[in-house]
Structure formats: structure tokens, C-alpha cells
Design a protein around this ligand. Structure first.
Ligand code: TYD
Ligand code: MG
Length: 445
């Protein structure tokens, strides 16, 4: 039209595009999710951006608080993944109860279990606070309505694989449903200030449509480790926008739910571990703390000609490397041997400082010789068979000493802080410095 029908002006019409804002949830306000603040802040110098006012909500479950970086941040989106039956619902119901007992409002959306089923579990866990609301629902729009209405501090969605959006015609748990529902929930969290905690099963069919798919959408990603045949559980943080380190939390599954484990050594290390041939103790850095781990190895005659190399809880590539290093630099013949390595206790060890323990465990099993009792081995091994410096050696030395071990085998000590730590434990812990794997192998009795 050349002439505006409203004001009769000529040539006054301009082309604009309809915004689809109506469908898009309001997002990311400047003060950490408080929607009352103007979201259209201009670009500002970083020092002038208003602080996040709202403090973290500490649950009081020490190990859970540790993994999420001190407490639940209002408006944060947390994803908890893990195998079915590992204890996700149990943990979150306990977290919900802890927060509810502090007077915070918690909405527990159960999409897998009926409300009476959830109640049964809650009764067993002693979760009976009036601030803990249970809502059995699978429709994302209805869940959104409840969040808007109740304005809880924390909303737990257990699990995201069963919720669906009406507008999306694919089946619940499918890739597009999962993406849509999770994006919606995360937007809702940012806009309302309600922290959301999403549960995702690791699916048998692989990682498709599993928690991996939504990792990038959320702020914090936690994974349950361990298996349902042991009573201890490890919750590992693999991404955290609200924490400085990626921590692990240790729990024990009991008849009354998950218990926090204060003494990691007693949980992970059995009496006598570390001295029989094929068993070596190491001290792994997990987030900000040092955990003792027992590495076991077994070498056995290979029957089929094609030797098998299997690693449980350790990196199979590093296992292959250690075997090659032993063959090349220590003249071991492992070509016709099956080699199995296991990090005892269901722990997944990614710290390269486990190398030396792995090599000594394999060598010990092969030669049928063990280290002297109370020995801990820490060191990354290079391709030339040399010990390479490891991160936070001082911290490891102090922890190994505190746990009462008598010997530490490690590589050359480089930094002043590490040297100071060695001096400070003199008399209580003997530090054996090895230049290369050969020197370490001589310690096998
Ligand atoms: P659950 O939290 O249902 O696992 P997920 O939600 O990850 O699928 O818990 C699974 C197992 O935990 C269940 O098989 C029984 C056990 N359990 C206990 O040992 N003690 C308890 O107090 C509870 C609630 C569960
Ligand atoms: Mg469950």
C-alpha cells in the first residue's frame, strides 16, 4: 500500500519482520536469572556488571555440595546422568529434602514413578518436609505452569527422557523431544531463578538421546560412577560453570539412602592392598583433592596368539603405552601375554600420574614381585621411559603422609613447593626419587 490507512500519509509504510519472541522464553537477565531486571543491558565494562546477588543454596550433603562447587546456584541448570538403578532418584530426593528442611521450596517432578511410588521412597529416606512437593507429570507445559505458579527454589525433573512437549510430535526420549524439553526447562530456570536439576539415563543404545545430547545446554554436568553391585557411588562433575575445579563426591548406598563418605581411603583401599605382586597404590588428583586408588594388574599366558589388553577404570591407550615402554626400556617380553589392568573400586582414573603405578603393577605381576608394604607410586611415564613431573605433587605427598603410608615412589622433584613438602614429611614418609622406569622397577622386592 502506498498510503497508510491509519494516518493517510504516503510512502510511510516500512517492511518489518514478525518476531517470534512469543514462542521464545525470556532469557538470561543480568543478575543471575532475576527476571525483574531489564534484560536489555548494553555492553558494559566487566567490572561494572552487577554482581550475582543470590547466594548458593548449600544442601548440607557435604559431598554433593563439593561436586557442584559449594551449593546450588539459583537459576542454574544441573544435569545428573548415570546408569539406570545407580541411585539418581535417591540422591536427588535426599538433596530435595535437605533444601526443603531449610525452608526452601522444592518441586520434585516425577515422570517415571507415580506420586505414591515417590512417597514410598521418600518415607524410606525420611524425606517428609512440607516444602518438598511431588508432582507426577510428563507434559512439559504443565511442568512449566507449576514452576511459574509455585516459584520453587529448586525443581528436580526425574527423568527428562520421559517428558514431552505437545507441539513436538516425536516420541518422548527422542532427540528432538529431549532437546526441546531441556532447552525449555533451562530457559525457564534462567527466567524464573528456579534452579533445575535434570536426570538423564545413559541409554543402552549408546549416547544418542542420552544425557550427552544436552550437556552443552546446562551449566553443570554430573555423572554417577560405580556399579550397582558395590555399595559405594562416585558422583563426578565433568562440567561446571559455577565451580573452579571438576570435583568428585563419594557416597555409600545404604538401606536408608546415600551416605556421605568422609574417609575416602577406607572406602577405596582394602587392608593389605599395594604390596602383593600386581597390586600398586597410587594417589590420584580428583578435582581439588587427592584420592588413593589401588591399581591391579594381571599378566597371563595368552592362549590364542593374539594377546588381549584390557583396562577397567584406566585409559586403554595409556595401558598400551606402558606395555610398550616396559618392552622397549625394561626388556620385558609381553608380546604373548594377556594384560589386564583394573582401578579397584569402580573408580575411573584419568590422571596421567597413574602411569607409573600401572607399569609397576604389570611388571610386578609378570615378575611375581611386589613393592614393600605401605608404598604409594605417583608418576607420569614418558615414551622414553622417563618420569615426567606431575601436577600438585606437594598435595599428594601431604595426603599420602596423612594416610599413614611410609614410602612414596615418584619422579625428579622440580618445584620449590614440592621440595618443601618432601622436607616437611621427613621421618614419616620416605620419598624415593626415580629418574626412569628402570630405577622404579628395582624397587620391586
Ligand atoms: P534409584 O535412585 O531408583 O536409581 P535411579 O534413579 O538411578 O534409577 O536407586 C536404585 C537402587 O538403589 C535401588 O535398586 C535400590 C537402592 N536403594 C538403596 O539401596 N537404599 C535406598 O534407600 C534406596 C531408596 C534405594
Ligand atoms: Mg530413578
Amino acid at each position: 500500500m502506498g498510503k497508510c490507512p491509519e494516518c493517510d500519509a504516503w510512502d510511510a509504510l516500512e517492511e518489518t519482520f514478525a518476531s517470534n519472541d512469543a514462542h521464545r522464553p525470556k532469557v538470561l537477565s543480568a543478575n543471575g536469572g532475576n527476571p525483574t531486571v531489564d534484560t536489555d543491558l548494553p555492553a558494559l565494562p566487566v567490572s561494572q556488571i552487577p554482581d550475582m546477588q543470590t547466594p548458593r543454596m548449600a544442601t548440607g550433603l557435604a559431598e554433593f555440595d563439593r561436586v557442584i562447587g559449594g551449593g546450588v546456584v539459583p537459576g542454574a541448570a544441573i544435569l545428573l546422568g548415570g546408569d539406570p538403578g545407580i541411585g539418581k532418584s535417591t540422591l536427588l530426593l535426599q538433596v530435595g529434602q535437605q533444601l526443603a528442611a531449610q525452608g526452601l521450596k522444592v518441586l520434585y517432578v516425577s515422570s517415571e514413578e507415580s506420586a505414591p511410588q515417590t512417597r514410598l521412597r521418600a518415607t524410606r529416606l525420611g524425606a517428609s518436609s512440607d516444602n518438598l512437593l511431588v508432582y507426577a507429570q510428563t507434559n512439559i507445559d504443565k511442568i512449566g505452569e507449576q514452576i511459574q505458579k509455585l516459584r520453587p527454589h529448586l525443581c528436580i525433573v526425574d527423568s527428562v527422557q520421559l517428558i514431552y512437549q505437545d507441539a513436538n510430535h516425536s516420541a518422548p526420549g527422542s532427540v528432538s523431544q529431549l532437546k526441546d524439553c531441556c532447552t525449555n526447562l533451562v530457559y525457564l530456570a534462567k527466567a524464573s531463578g528456579t534452579a533445575v536439576c535434570l536426570v538423564g539415563h545413559v541409554t543402552k543404545r549408546g549416547l544418542l538421546a542420552g544425557p550427552k545430547l544436552i550437556e552443552h545446554i546446562v551449566d553443570t554436568v554430573l555423572y554417577f560412577e560405580g556399579d550397582s553391585y558395590h555399595d559405594h557411588r562416585i558422583v563426578r562433575c565433568i562440567k561446571n560453570r559455577f565451580g573452579s575445579t571438576l570435583e568428585v563426591g563419594l557416597f555409600r548406598m545404604t538401606a536408608g539412602g546415600l551416605e556421605v563418605v568422609d574417609d575416602a581411603a577406607s572406602l577405596l583401599i582394602q587392608a593389605g592392598a599395594g604390596s602383593p605382586p600386581g597390586s600398586v597404590l597410587t594417589a590420584c588428583l580428583q578435582g581439588s583433592r587427592v584420592l588413593p586408588v589401588e591399581i591391579q594388574a594381571l599378566t597371563a599366558e595368552s592362549a590364542l596368539g593374539a594377546a588381549r589388553r584390557k583396562a577397567a577404570g584406566c585409559d586403554p591407550n595409556r595401558l598400551a603405552m606402558m606395555i610398550a615402554v616396559l618392552e622397549k626400556h625394561a626388556e620385558f617380553r609381553l608380546l604373548d601375554k594377556d594384560v589386564f589392568v583394573n582401578a579397584v573400586g569402580g573408580m575411573k582414573v584419568t590422571d596421567p600420574a597413574v602411569d607409573a603405578a600401572m607399569a609397576l603393577a604389570i611388571a610386578g605381576s609378570h615378575l611375581r614381585r611386589g613393592l614393600s608394604a605401605g608404598t604409594v607410586v605417583v608418576g607420569e611415564i614418558g615414551l622414553l621411559g622417563e618420569f615426567r613431573p606431575v601436577a600438585s605433587l606437594a598435595q599428594r605427598i601431604n595426603e599420602v603422609c596423612r594416610l599413614g603410608y611410609k614410602h612414596l615412589v615418584t619422579g625428579p622433584i622440580r618445584s620449590a613447593a614440592d621440595r618443601q613438602a618432601v622436607d616437611s614429611v621427613q621421618g614419616r614418609l620416605t620419598v624415593h626419587v626415580c629418574k626412569n622406569i628402570d630405577a622404579a622397577l628395582r624397587l620391586l622386592g
